[in-house]
Each structure stands twice: as C-alpha cells, then as structure tokens.
Design a protein around this ligand. Structure first.
Ligand code: GDP
Ligand code: MG
Length: 286
C-alpha cells in the first residue's frame, strides 16, 4: 500500500534515452510565510524535507530578511529516477516594508540563467549542471480578497523569467463557495492569466483549477472508511489532502509531475532562457 507521487508516468513524456539519464527538475516555492509552502512540498513529494523547521517567533519574523535555500532530493519510483531540487524562499514578504522584498528572488532566478549561459559557452557544454528554476509555485493567501500589491508586483517581475503556477494555500480555511469566489477570473484572475499566458506552457487542461486551492499536511489521519490518509483533523471533520472533493492537491500534483514536467522544462529553456539570452546579447550590442 505504498503511496506514490506519480513520477512513474514520466516516461510517457520522454524518450527512453532520457529515462536512463534520469530527470532533474527544480521547483521554487514563494509567497508569504505560514501559508503552508513547506508542508505542501512535503505532501507533494512524500518527503519530510522540512520536518525540523520551527515556525519563527513573531518578533524574529518581523526582522527576518529573505533568504533562499536550495535542497536536493532524489526520488526513485518504479525504476524512474528524479533529481528534484527545491528552492525555498523563507522570509518572503515578512518584513514590514516589503515593497520590493522579492528582488532577491528575481536575482536568484536570473543568476541561474547567467550561470547556464556561462556554462554553455564553456568547454564542458555537454555536461552542464542545470540549476535553472523550472517552475515557481506562488502561494496566495486564503485570507485576503485576492491578489495583494505584493503579489502583483512579484508576478509582474518574474513572469518572463520563470513558469508560475499560482496556488491558494491553506484552502481548508475557505468554504467551497469562498474558494470559488477567490478563483473567479473577474476578481483577479485576469491579471494572473495575462501574466501566465505569456510565460506558461499550455496549461489549458488544468486551467479551471488555476489557481489550485491546496491543503497540505504531514499528518496521517483516518478517512471515512477508516483508511490512513494524509489530512488535517478538525472538530467538524477531516480534510483529506488527496481527496479531489476536498482540494485541488491531486490536480496540482498530476499537472506538475505527470503531465507538464517536461513542458515546464522546455518552456524554461526555449522561451524564458532564450529571452534572457536575447536580452543579454542586445545589451552587449548597445
Ligand atoms: P510556510 O512558512 O509557508 O513554509 O508554512 P509551513 O508549511 O511551515 O506551515 C505553517 C503552519 O501552517 C504549520 O503549523 C502547518 O502545520 C500549517 N499548515 C500547513 N499547511 C496547511 C494547510 O493546508 N491548512 C492548514 N489549516 N494549515 C496548514
Ligand atoms: Mg517554509
């Protein structure tokens, strides 16, 4: 009764050759502290990457500055190997004045392009270690009425540099109709979608789920049939992470891992990185 992330479906996306080499993928999470980013990562990949993390005290939080952390994990599932790199951005939006607190994130993303460009023109260009960020899960608060100025500023700044998948964190804080309202295009979807359509691969299929309303948990609870599942228990009942009636978690994981992983990599290379390269060349020519 092992749980699976779903990587085993990857070979369908690619040729045998690359299967032998293994897949690598770099995923970034960004958004305000406490929205469940680390918990979701643990839930998505069935790891406990962030189990030892303490929630910082409020006072520590106020002074906290943004740091960028990179962690690698190798997951093998039914003979398919994936080298996953997770980039976390603790401290995002935590400081009192955070009008441009996201600048280090943009800088980080660009630095990976810079490195790749350097490696590409180097001697060992056949074996480049690709550290570029292939996708960024951007967490939106369930407690607001939509995008905050910080969200908009960040999305504007990065949409040409990284694939963005917006998610509503801690969706169990919302009633179904509230979730729908928050998702409503009219509210703020226009903005996101305009940004996304430029940079993202064809997310058409999963589009009605975007932004994905997700719930994460590191705990195992019992479902209605007394089976152990990942979830959160409340006095009024249990929220199951992997129950599509409860949240979009499975949709998100399916899209990320099974159907779009390769797309996200290709868009990163063919579109976003190319754009960066072109901008570099232009500035050289000037
Ligand atoms: P991060 O700062 O964004 O990485 O957030 P964490 O993953 O550290 O989670 C912060 C707190 O929220 C922890 O106490 C988690 O147990 C809790 N939490 C995480 N995900 C969820 C969720 O989906 N729903 C609810 N209600 N709480 C969550
Ligand atoms: Mg965290």
């Amino acid at each position: 009764d092992k749980e699976y992330v779903g990587f085993a479906a990857l070979p369908n996306q690619l040729h045998r050759k690359s299967v032998k080499k293994g897949f690598d993928f770099t995923l970034m999470v960004a958004g305000e502290s406490g929205l469940g980013k680390s918990t979701l990562i643990n839930s998505l990949f069935l790891t406990n990457l962030y189990e030892d993390r303490q929630v910082p005290e409020a006072s520590a939080r106020l002074s906290q500055t943004l740091t960028i952390e990179r962690r690698g994990v190798e997951i093998e599932e039914r003979g398919v190997k994936v080298k996953l790199t997770l980039v976390d951005t603790p401290g995002f939006g935590d400081s009192v004045d955070c009008s441009d607190c996201w600048l280090p994130v943009v800088k980080f993303i660009e630095e990976q392009f810079e490195q790749y460009l350097r490696d590409e023109s180097g001697l060992n260009r056949k074996n480049i270690q690709d550290s570029r960020v292939h996708c960024c899960l951007y967490f939106i608060s369930p407690f607001g009425r939509g995008l905050r100025p910080l969200d908009v500023a960040f999305l504007r700044a990065v949409h040409e540099k990284v694939n963005i998948i917006p998610v509503i964190g801690k969706a169990d804080a919302l009633l179904p109709q509230e979730t729908q309202a928050l998702k409503q295009k009219g509210r703020w979807g226009d903005c996101i979608e305009a940004e996304m359509s430029k940079s993202s691969p064809d997310l058409e299929k999963g589009k009605e789920s975007i932004p994905f309303a997700v719930v994460g948990s590191c705990e195992v609870v019992r479902d209605g049939r007394n089976r152990p599942v990942r979830g959160r228990r409340y006095s009024w009942g249990t929220v199951e992470v992997e129950n599509p009636h409860h949240c979009d978690f499975l949709n998100l994981r399916r899209m990320l891992v099974q159907t779009h992983l390769q797309d996200l990599k290709e868009v990163t290379h063919d579109l976003l990185y190319e754009g960066y390269r072109a901008r570099c060349l232009q500035s050289l020519a000037r």
